[in-house]
Design a protein around this ligand. Structure first.
Ligand code: SF4
Length: 457
């Protein structure tokens, strides 16, 4: 900024983020878009100049909860004499659009996930017209082209969105309606952003996308790059030590990508691969485009390619039409596969999705099945964590632990690991012998200074 350009007035920005890592990434990018206007993040909405509620439609009764939260914000807005700007963004903004402005006319901006780069002009329009502004268009490429890269250092472990939207139309999911068609960011801009992140201290990057393994971005060579090709190029960046990607669809798990798990040493042996159900009948009803055996074959191929790989997954219990036999097929698949971690939910209808209008499974039945599934998944998670005790494994350190003298890091399997050490070792990898497994973290002792990314059991 030259000496004649006045600094923008300082303004307080509070962002509330619900939902997935992509929303977390988007919230950070919105803060970056607004920084040149003088907006700086604050922890509380009270007295803020602008509050953004970045919403998630996956949550049960997401719209109802959002309207309750907006009611509370309305009181805070009145405390500022009506000056506070309230923006609703994310998937509920996309899905509910005009309804939000009708039910909560004190909301100033409703902005869909593809229009965040236009926030400055939308804010100006709201001020100029003294009216609410809505932008829920789907100009996907523009968002990727115009959102600024991360301004602030992202930390040792960081996310990078490479793909958005989905063409799969699973019966239970709103993503194809709220995030639009599949769209991949050009490889060159991803590589440039990754290089900048590494220069600022990032050592592990998780590539994000609603259907990340469907990635097919324009390559700098004029061709179309697959996720495996992109991962290979990212692995060449000096000091970028670890790579992950999420969320994947089994149908897009190509042999090329499976072989990347064998051949790309930066790729962590840990894959989130949602299967949702073990029943072919329910998978067909869900429009998942794969069978339970397809999933088994993919898991087997990945285990052959990378024997130390571990899996996490998602399950939806009580989809319309699910019988006890269908549920038992899910339990069988869970027992056979063995998961390091999994997320499981009762099916709940999302307005506008195909399964929402079908006869629903009684809540009590769904709850009983979910309880049984979660008990088995918890047992598997505990067993997985316990199996690491006594192993020596590389840990990427991220900074201080909770208590004095402790430092914290992540294992190959993204488990938090805590050790006692005199120096923080931030951004460095050390071999750690695991001494104890807690339900959600591991304790260990540093053992040598190797940076080799393999388990030496
Ligand atoms: S593949 Fe994933 S994002 Fe796409 S519709 Fe299915 S659940 Fe939703």
């Amino acid at each position: 900024m030259n000496s004649k350009t006045p600094n923008p007035p300082r303004r307080k920005l509070h962002i509330v983020t619900h939902g997935c890592q992509m929303n977390v990434y988007d919230s950070a990018r919105m803060a970056d878009v607004l920084a040149p206007l003088g907006y700086a993040p604050v922890d509380s909405p009270a007295g803020a100049d602008m509050v953004i509620m970045n919403t998630c439609h996956i949550r049960e009764r997401a719209a109802d909860k959002m309207f309750s939260a907006l009611g509370r914000l309305r009181v805070l807005k009145e405390d500022t004499g009506g000056k506070m700007l309230i923006a609703v963004t994310g998937c509920v903004a996309q899905a509910e659009g005009e309804v939000i402005l009708k039910r909560a006319p004190y909301v100033d901006l409703v902005v869909g996930p593809q229009a965040y780069h236009r926030l400055p002009e939308l804010i100006a329009a709201a001020h100029r017209t003294n009216n609410s502004v809505i932008d829920t268009e789907f100009p996907v490429e523009q968002k990727f082209d115009f959102l600024p890269d991360a301004a602030a250092p992202q930390g040792v472990i960081a996310n990078l969105t490479i793909q958005e939207g989905c063409d799969k139309f699973c019966s239970f999911c709103v993503v194809p309606y709220t995030r639009g068609a599949e769209s991949s960011r050009p490889a060159a801009s991803i590589l440039a952003e990754a290089r900048r992140m590494v220069a600022q201290g990032t050592r592990e990057i998780a590539l994000l996308g609603q259907n990340v393994n469907a990635y097919h971005g324009a390559g700098p060579d004029g061709g179309v790059w697959s996720l495996a090709m992109l991962l290979q190029e990212l692995a060449e960046i000096p000091n970028l030590l670890r790579l992950r990607y999420t969320t994947s669809h089994p149908s897009d798990m190509t042999d090329e990508l499976i072989m990347a798990h064998r051949d790309n040493p930066a790729l962590m042996p840990y894959l989130h691969l949602p299967v949702q159900s073990g029943s072919d009948k329910i998978l067909a009803a869900m429009n998942r485009k794969h069978t339970a055996d397809d999933f088994r074959r993919i898991v087997e191929k990945l285990r052959n390619a990378r024997p130390d790989i571990a899996f996490t997954s998602d399950f939806i219990i009580g989809h319309p039409g699910e019988t006890e036999a269908d549920f038992q097929a899910t339990m069988a698949l869970v027992r056979e596969t063995g998961f390091a971690l999994a997320y499981s939910f009762n099916y709940s209808p999302r307005p506008g999705t195909p399964a929402a209008g079908l006869p629903q499974i009684p809540a009590g039945e769904k709850d009983a099945r979910l309880y049984a599934l979660q008990a088995e998944l918890r047992r598997q998670q505990d067993a997985f964590n316990a199996s690491t005790v006594g192993l020596t494994t590389p840990v990427l350190f991220t900074g201080a632990g909770r208590y004095p003298g402790q430092i914290a890091g992540r294992s190959l399997y993204a488990q938090p690991v805590v050790v006692e050490a005199p120096a923080p070792l931030t951004g460095e990898i050390r071999q750690v012998t695991i001494t104890h497994a807690n339900p959600n973290s591991l304790l260990g002792t540093i053992n040598g200074h190797s940076t080799q990314e393999t388990i030496a059991a």
